[in-house]
Structures are given as C-alpha cells and as structure tokens.
Design a protein around this ligand. Structure first.
Ligand code: SF4
Length: 598
C-alpha cells in the first residue's frame, strides 16, 4: 500500500549535522496514529526530565500523519517540544503547503536534537536531505521564503533568533506560496532559534502522490471533499472565516477589551467581518483545501496604506484589537504583518501589549503606551521581536514581564500563558477547558463557550461541563493526530474510517481511547515537570464580576470551579492533585512508557 509504505522519519543531529532515516514502528502508529500523538511519544521518551527548553537536551519534533495531504483540509502538522515560556508540554499546529509536501517525500516527520554552532537550514529534495549553512541570520520569514525559492518552507524570523518567549514558526510566509500557517503560542520558534535552525525547506515530494492513493482511501477522500464543500456547519468558514466571531463575542459581552477589563468595545464594527472583507484582495487555501478559509488583505487608506498580510484572524482581532482598545483595522493589519515577518504569536503579543497598557494606566510601570493607540501597538510588536527597549521586558510574556515590574494581579494567564480571545466569565466550562488544556491556556482543545455564550447553555451551571471538556479534549487529541483542520469538522469516526482505509483496524471507540491516551501522556509530561492541581488555576480577573454589558455581574466562583475541577479529575481517573493514577496509565497502555523516563 503506497500511502503507508515503510513509515519513516528523519533524525537530525544539529551538533554534527548528521541526518539519518529511521523507521516508525507500526505499533506506534496503532497506539498514537501520527501528528500530536506520535510526536508526543518521542518527546516524552527522549527529552530528559527537567531539561532546559532552550538547551541542546530539548528536542523539536515535526510530525505529519498517515493521511496528511491525501484527504482534503489535512495539510497540517504538529510541532511538539518543551515550552520555554512555561516549561511544559507544547504542541503547536500549522497548515499551508509545507506539511503535504513533507509528507509526500515519504518522511512523516523530523526530530531535531542538539544545537548547531552556525545558523543552518535543513533542505529536503525528494528523498535527499542535508543540513546547509548560509546567510540566514536576522532575516525575516518572507526573506527566507524567497531565499529558498522553489521550496515549501517552515522557518523562524528574528524573534526566534532572539529567543522571544512566544516566538512562532511560520510555514510558507509569502503570498506566492498560497495560504501559509503560523505555529504559535508558547515559543516553539524560540526552541528552533536556540538550536540555530533557521528553516526547513522541502521540494519534490512525490508529484503523483494523489494518484497513488489506494481505492479504499480514495473513496474516503471523495466523501470528505463532498462533505467539506457542502456541510452547512462549515459554511461560515467557506463564506466568512474567523473574523465573523468578533460580532458574536461583542454581542455576547465576552470580547476581551482593554486587558479583559470589559467584554464589549465601542466601534467593534470597525474590526468586524465586514470591515475585513472590504480589505480583501484574494482568498487563500492550504494545499488541497476546498474550504479556503483565509483572506489576503491590503490596507486601502490611512497611515498603513499598502500593507498586505494574510488574515487577520479572530484571535488577532480580539487580542491585538479590542483587548488593546485598538479598532483601527489598518494598525491591526500592520501589527499582524510584523508578527508574521518577525515570527511572533499575534495572540500573546497582543495580550502582553494590552497588559503593558493597563500597567501604564494603573501606574504599575510606565511603558509609555496607552489603550487605543494603534501606532504604539505596531511599534511595540517590532520592539518585542528585536528585544529593543521595553520590548525586551515584554518579550518574556505577561508572566515573565510581571516578575520584573509587578502587575501580577492584572496578568490574565493560566500556567504563565496568555489567554485566548474569549472572556472566561462567559462560561465556567470554557474556564475549565482553559485550565486543563494540556499546553497551558488554550481554547482549541475544547470550546464549550460556543454553547455557553453564543448558545443557550447556562454559562455557570456545573452540570455536564466536566464531561463535555473531557470528551472534547480526547476527540481533539485523536483527530489532531491525523492532522486534520478543525474547521473541516473531522470526527473520531472519520479518523477510524481513514485508518481502516490504510490497513489499521481501529474502531471509533479505539480512536477516542487513543485521544485519551495522548491527553494523559501530555499530562504526565507536565506532572514530571512539577505541574499539578495548583497549576490548573483561574486568573484573578475572571473571579471579579464583569463590570458592564450583557454578562454584567457574572464571575467565576472559585468554590464552584474547584468542585468542577474535582469532577473533571474523577472522570479522567486522576487523583485529587490532578495526577493520573497507576490504574489509569495501565488501562491506557502507557505505564511502561511513563516509567521509562521518570
Ligand atoms: S480551512 Fe483554512 S486553515 Fe483549514 S486547511 Fe483549509 S485553508 Fe487551511
């Protein structure tokens, strides 16, 4: 069977610049599928406990999945490593053209270990791979993409070189390559920078890969092409994209505004879907994605006239727009462009600038920037990436910066990671999802806010919330191991169907158990690093009643939250400290793995 023939990965020793091929044992695919799960297996097994994330002991693991690029909306990959921002498990996701091109070479993934003396790139041309030195230092991501013309690329910008704690990795960062992807949150770009690895460039993946798909998988592919082009639940992504959420969040009163001090902003329409649509130049898609959710925009007038970028997505509009009090869409587009070119996460960058604005407002520390100042937003993003002036403080993220200048009480973080664009007071289920996410505050693994704030599920009831979060997290871990895009709404059942089509007899229930196994593996990685119940916390701000708007007076009760957390642990088979029990690890078949690298 061609799709699945001899699964293999590349292991790259950056100390010696040796590149070797390695087989991926079939039993690992049965147990972890690919993507997040498979990369997580190698991370747990190979990175020593308490390793410094920016040392040569840490590993940077790229991983696609068994059917990456063969099914629609699956040109995505996971990068898994230990986070330099919070010291725990980090899995980050990106799409574009690069993931499918890598998978089509026959290599499912790449494990980078050690640390190079010189700045290098890994070049993969078909089945040939080698490390090359070159003139990479200081280059923006777009410059690197042009430097390796003819290749699909995954690279870092100056922020990764400068070890900015929330530096990201960027795939295919120029318009000519089609839709790209940013692998943000928690600093995978800084890990790549610490290894002096500037880029991975790949070309000549099998040109006829799609034609070699076995009949069973071809049928699965056709059914998903039909589904993603017609499913009404995906219509919002086909027609609009994530900026449509701005209006929903503002109406619900959960749009982060001025460092989460409020949940609505005057002038929200200026950063809405309609406003973004007016700047649209073209739609963009990852490889083989009929949804094409992305917009390439160009500022038409004002001080930022002529600046072009992909996006901005909802999270950027919320965290760098309303949360900094900025409704000048031109400034947000310029900020987005700087973040992509210098390689920093737009969400954390927006959050840390908003926090600095509140510090200035409250007299905690004068960063010289005020809410609503679009120019300051744009200029500070560049200073952070280059670690210039106050940008050097903010490059440490909200938690790190508050260690230096104070302002911990207004730091809206969980496990030292900035929150996404949904005020947790909008739903206790969402707050639980944030606090128990396996990589620090995260909304992608479970998103009950859609029913709690945009729907009619009582936002503060505890009933059903823990079950919902557990079930979402497990299914998500499994689906991400096949590297499908969230917007395409693949389910555990779809994963089972795809795996069967390539010869792995996994039922839907077994796929969900794989997801549970992966979530527990990530938890044990964090337990090993010293995280426990105390880390599954609620930001102080979410315990204060919302001051105004549709959810005025609403807050997360710490007592209710602790009750819900205990219920969550009990469903998961974890003890009261939030540690998976020996029985749970045994049931999930990872007890031996956990004991192999304590
Ligand atoms: S829906 Fe958007 S992000 Fe997802 S695969 Fe398609 S183009 Fe990429």
């Amino acid at each position: 069977m061609t799709v699945n023939k001899e699964p293999k990965l590349l292991r790259v020793d950056l100390n010696s610049h040796d590149v070797v091929e390695e087989e991926i044992p079939e039993e690992l695919i049965e147990k972890f599928i690919g993507g997040k799960g498979l990369a997580g297996y190698y991370l747990y097994k190979e990175v020593p406990p308490k390793a410094d994330p920016l040392s040569s002991d840490n590993k940077l693991i790229y991983m696609t999945g068994p059917t990456t690029g063969y099914l629609p909306s699956t040109s995505r990959l996971a990068v898994v490593t230990k986070s330099p921002q919070y010291g725990g498990w980090l899995d980050t996701w990106g799409g574009g053209q690069f993931p499918a091109e890598l998978r089509f070479t026959g290599y499912w993934g790449i494990i980078f270990e050690g640390k190079s003396e010189d700045w290098v790139s890994l070049k993969i041309d078909g089945s040939e791979a080698s490390i090359e030195t070159g003139d990479f230092q200081g280059k923006k991501t777009s410059e690197i993409a042009r430097q390796v013309d003819g290749y699909k690329v995954s690279c870092i910008g100056p922020a990764g070189e400068n070890l900015v704690k929330f530096a990201c990795i960027v795939n295919d960062p120029i318009k000519e390559l089609g839709r790209g992807g940013e692998m943000g949150r928690e600093g995978a770009g800084a890990v790549m920078g610490s290894k002096r690895l500037k880029a991975i460039a790949v070309k000549n993946g099998k040109k006829n890969a799609q034609k070699e798909v076995p009949e069973e998988l071809d049928q699965v592919k056709k059914s998903h092409v039909k589904r993603v082009t017609t499913d009404e639940d995906i219509a919002w992504a086909r027609d609009d994209g994530t900026p449509a959420i701005v209006e929903l969040s503002d109406e619900a009163g959960i749009l982060p505004t001025k460092n989460f001090q409020k949940g609505q902003i005057e002038g929200a329409e200026k950063i809405s879907m309609e406003a973004v649509r007016e700047m649209e130049e073209q739609r963009n898609a990852c490889y083989f994605c009929p949804i094409a959710c992305s917009r390439y925009v160009k500022v038409k007038k004002g001080p930022y006239e002529g600046i072009e970028t992909e996006g901005p997505e909802y999270e950027t509009l919320a965290m760098a727009g309303s949360n900094t009090g900025v409704t000048d869409l031109g400034a947000i587009v310029a900020f987005n462009d700087i973040c992509d070119k210098y390689g920093i996460d737009t969400m954390s960058a927006g959050a840390v600038i908003a926090w600095a604005m509140e510090c200035t407002e409250k007299g905690i520390h004068d960063f010289g920037i005020e809410f609503g100042d679009g120019k300051a937003l744009v200029e500070m993003a560049e200073k952070i990436a280059l670690r210039e002036g106050d940008g050097d403080i903010l490059a440490e993220g909200v938690a790190g910066a508050s260690e230096q200048v104070g302002g911990k009480n207004i730091a809206v973080c969980i496990k030292d990671i900035e929150l996404p664009g949904y005020d947790g007071r909008g739903g206790i289920g969402q707050t639980l999802a944030y606090s128990t996410a396996d990589r620090g505050a995260d909304h992608n693994r479970s998103w009950p806010i859609e029913d709690e704030a945009y729907g009619d599920w009582d936002p503060l009831t505890l009933e059903g919330k823990a079950e919902r979060v557990v079930s979402d997290q497990d299914e998500c871990a499994a689906v991400w191991s096949l590297t499908t895009c969230d917007f395409a709404l693949y389910s555990a059942e779809h994963v089972s169907e795809a795996m069967r089509a390539i010869g792995f007899d996994l039922s839907t229930e077994e796929v969900v158990t794989i997801g549970e196994r992966i979530h527990n593996l990530a938890r044990m990685f964090n337990v090993r690093e010293g995280f426990d119940r105390d880390s599954d916390s609620v930001p102080e701000r979410f315990t204060e009643p919302m001051k105004e708007g549709p959810i005025e007076g609403q807050a997360i009760s710490p007592e209710d939250f602790e009750k819900l957390l205990s219920e969550y642990y009990s469903i998961r088979g974890w003890n009261e400290k939030g540690v998976p029990t020996q029985e749970t690890l045994e049931r999930l078949g990872i007890k031996g793995l956990i004991e192999s690298n304590k």
